[in-house]
Write a protein that binds this ligand. Sequence first.
Ligand code: C5P
Length: 220
Amino acid sequence: MSVNTLATQRVGEKIWTIIVAAGSGARFGSPKQFEMINERRVVDWAVETARVASDGVIVVLPQAQAQREGGVVGGATRSASVRSGLAAVPTDATIICVHDAARPFASEFLFHEVVDAVCNGADGAVPGLPVVDTIKFISIENIVISTPDRSRLVAVQTPQAFRAKILRAAHASNPESTDDSSLVEAQGGRIVVVNGDPLNRKLTTPEDMNWARAVTRGEV
Ligand code: C5P
């Protein structure tokens, strides 16, 4: 007899995902989440996978798009946009994932990995990839302060999954960060790292967009 451990673990869990897609694309030059990859916008790739992997999805958009297509209006920063999304997640959600629209190729498997880590007792879980470059911690004057041990560094991606109550508490004082796990860490939360995926690249430059289109053509 086979036992579906995934289903067993998840009994009673309500999993919601917030997709943050309200950035202005300052580095890209325009809101990259609305560029097309094949017949779908970047944001739609992320939303489609999140819908399969979650019980419900909240999409956080700039005001114009939110008015036009429904969705939640974002804030001036990523953290503020996550909070707009949090306000729309039903209070009975037990696990909340936060995912950047700028990562269109996050797999359903990766969503399951981070959610499973939370089901297994972590406060939060993030995908991480080994760092290949040597990383320097520098001052604002570009002077090297220290060189962390590379074997203990990971580059962190989204989706990031959290126990809902813990994520809400971490955002309660309106803190700012480039991701959500750092806010949970700051509250003493235990964050587990699961294997990240090189295909789950964050699209930041026009070259990244060309790469993404090449992936869908099977050229990468
Ligand atoms: O700027 P960055 O690349 O870190 O943005 C990560 C994600 O956060 C993107 O998907 C972007 O659309 C979103 N974001 C947002 N609201 C902001 C800034 C960024 O939803 N004010």
